[in-house]
Structure formats: structure tokens, C-alpha cells
Design a protein around this ligand. Structure first.
Ligand code: VGL
Ligand code: ZN
Length: 208
């Protein structure tokens, strides 16, 4: 697969809290950093995202005095999974990992900053109605084919790629450059949604 000037690499949520030792660590998340750095160097256009929550966020189990991973709450927009406190605005856990080396990234998109709405997708918040502005940014710049890596495969990477395809972008997920949280059923559910949505899964090695 050859890259073109209208391609963009989106590196999702490579933040301290999602990597080993972090508040919501994704197993082996650190292993994909060298590959992401290397691949990013071959893209003209790269965008990074940051999960960016206020304290007391709706997605935090602590906000509801409930258990992370096991309990859910009914938000105005439907069922919200509960997580440990993570990626709180301005904290070290919310910082991009220091080994991520993508100085030419053109944009850092923050999401999940509304206290009452979570946002797994970099395009559309979990209410399914509030856009982040990323689709407009990409369209205005003529970037049409989007490659996704980062964490977590079954949440923010998955929701972002699915939303991108629904919004008319070509969405390709880099299987070797992502890792999953893997709650019961989430990886299978993501794989099925990718098949239904026409989202291709490739290895970064097939990009020349
Ligand atoms: C994510 C759970 C909660 C992610 C963000 O980046 O996949 N997962 N917030
Ligand atoms: Zn989050």
C-alpha cells in the first residue's frame, strides 16, 4: 500500500494513564510506541489525540461511588461504562508518553472534556450528537484516508475508526500498532463493527 498526500495518521490516546503503570493501563501499550514513531515519520500528516477529562467526570466510577469496569451508569445518552479516574486535565497521567516522538504532528485533539459526556470517538462524543470538529478539520484540509493506531483498540481507536467511516472517510486500522483494554466481549464487538462498517485492518508492514 502506497501513501499519498491526502492520507493522515491518527495516533489515539498514547497517554501515561493508558500505558503500563498508568491509572487505566492497557496491557503492552508501550510496545507499540517504537512502531508508531517509525510509521509517523513516513506520514506527511499526523494528528494525535488526548483523552482530557475534568475531575468528577461522568465516566469515573468514583464520581458515582461505584466500581470501575464492573458497574455502569445510565447517562442521558445511554449506558456509560465506568473507569478508574484517568487522564485528568493537566495531570501527568494525561500527558502524552515521553517516548512518543512525533514532532511534526499537526494537531493534538482533546476530547472528553465535557463533565457530563464521555467521548471515546475523536469525531463524535458518546451522546452520538456532539461533534468534536475533527471531521470538518480533515475535510477542509482535503485529508480523506485515515489510518488509526494507539489505544485502546476496543474503545477509542475502535469508536474513532467507526465514526470516521460513517462520516465518509476511508478508515484503516493498524492492527500491530494498537492494543486493547479487552473487557468481556469488547474486542469481538469491535471486530464485528469493523467488518460491518467496511473498516480495513492491516499491518503497518504492508505500508511502503
Ligand atoms: C479510553 C476508556 C476510557 C480509550 C478512554 O482511550 O480507549 N478508554 N477513556
Ligand atoms: Zn476516558
Amino acid at each position: 500500500m502506497n501513501l499519498s498526500a491526502t492520507d493522515c495518521l491518527l495516533i489515539i490516546d498514547m497517554q501515561n494513564d493508558f500505558l503500563p503503570g498508568g491509572a487505566l493501563e492497557v496491557k503492552e501499550g508501550d510496545q507499540i510506541i517504537p512502531g508508531l514513531n517509525e510509521l509517523a515519520g513516513r506520514f506527511e500528516h499526523v494528528i494525535l489525540t488526548q483523552d482530557w477529562h475534568p475531575a468528577g467526570h461522568i465516566s469515573f466510577a468514583s464520581t458515582h461511588h461505584l466500581r470501575a469496569f464492573a458497574d455502569t451508569v445510565e447517562a442521558s445518552y445511554g449506558t456509560q461504562t465506568l473507569w478508574p479516574d484517568h487522564c485528568i486535565q493537566g495531570t501527568r497521567g494525561a500527558e502524552l508518553h515521553s517516548a512518543l516522538d512525533v514532532p511534526h504532528a499537526e494537531m493534538i485533539l482533546r476530547k472528553g472534556f465535557r463533565k457530563e459526556i464521555d467521548s471515546y470517538s475523536a469525531f463524535l462524543e458518546n451522546d452520538g450528537a456532539t461533534p468534536t470538529g475533527l471531521a470538518g478539520y480533515l475535510r477542509e484540509r482535503g485529508l480523506r484516508r485515515l489510518f488509526f493506531g494507539g489505544v485502546a483498540y476496543d474503545f477509542c481507536v475502535g469508536f474513532s475508526a467507526i465514526a470516521a467511516a460513517e462520516l465518509g472517510f476511508e478508515a484503516i486500522v493498524l492492527e500491530d500498532l494498537t492494543r486493547a483494554v479487552s473487557l468481556p466481549g469488547t474486542v469481538d464487538g469491535t471486530n464485528e463493527a469493523f467488518s460491518r462498517g467496511g473498516i480495513e485492518r492491516i499491518s503497518s508492514g504492508s505500508i511502503s
